[in-house]
Design a protein around this ligand. Structure first.
Ligand code: CTP
Ligand code: MG
Length: 227
């Protein structure tokens, strides 16, 4: 394949609470996961979609796939995720096996503007990896029970997904990453393998849905747009 989108949806969604893992909670009338699938499926650059899901969640996933409206032929066979996000990504990459580029995305970021995909594809001309990021606007400080020292926010960015990579390079970087080390994203893993990662403009809509109130805010936003 040329470009494969890899969506990780195997998390438990513990911080969002509720019975159903957040990626299957309804937003704007369809499961959260359906939104990211839809965005990729409507983008002409994306050839296939690899979903990584939790054990036993095949039926929930099938519902999301159907709700996305994406043609069934777009999907590679489902893969079961691991105990950590990194492990889930790794399993997805191994299952894809061969591609030119891969875009690794969180199911927990349902609002994915097509223009961000465009930027990520364009940026890979000159780099092995690219991430969308947005500048930090708030004051940053050490927290706890009492406000601590302010951390200068100059030059700091918030990194989002999707993150795009030359497929062979990110797969090799994942294989080289120490099993016991935590990683919150894949760009970090690419950098650790000695490769530069380009930054493209991110989008406020790409914010990750992490807590219960994020699910409600997302629902309200979609309700207002009547999507
Ligand atoms: N993810 C995954 N496999 C894991 C852990 C996370 O595929 N073992 C995915 C999640 O489904 C999500 C993305 O990685 O789409 C980002 O993770 P996060 O927002 O932390 O989701 P959860 O791990 O599900 O939530 P929590 O940490 O609150 O339990
Ligand atoms: Mg998590």
């Amino acid at each position: 394949f040329d470009i494969v989108a890899l969506i990780v949806a195997a998390g438990k969604g513990e911080r969002a609470g509720g019975g159903l893992p957040k990626q299957y909670r309804p937003i704007g009338g369809k499961p959260m996961l359906a939104h990211a699938i839809q965005a990729f499926s409507r983008h002409p650059a994306i050839d296939r979609i690899q979903l990584v899901i939790g054990a036993g969640q095949e039926a929930l996933c099938a519902e999301a796939m159907a709700a996305s409206g994406a043609p069934p032929a777009l999907f590679l066979p489902l893969v079961t995720g691991g105990a950590t996000r990194r492990e889930s990504v790794m399993r997805g990459l191994e299952a894809i096996g061969k591609a030119r580029l891969v875009m690794i995305h969180d199911a927990a970021r349902p609002f994915l503007p097509a223009v961000v995909i465009d930027r990520l594809v364009a940026a890979l001309g000159g780099a092995e990896g690219a991430v969308p990021a947005i500048p930090v606007a708030d004051t940053l400080a050490r927290g706890g029970t009492e406000l601590g020292e302010v951390v200068p926010r100059d030059g700091l960015v918030r990194v989002q997904t999707p993150q795009s990579f030359a497929f062979d390079t990110i797969l090799a970087a994942h294989r080289a990453w120490p099993e016991e080390l935590e990683a919150t994203d894949d760009a970090q893993i690419l950098r650790a393998a000695g490769h530069a990662v380009a930054i493209v403009a991110g989008d406020p809509a790409l914010e990750k849905i992490t807590f219960q109130e994020d699910v409600m805010t997302a629902e309200q936003r979609l309700g207002a747009r009547m999507v």
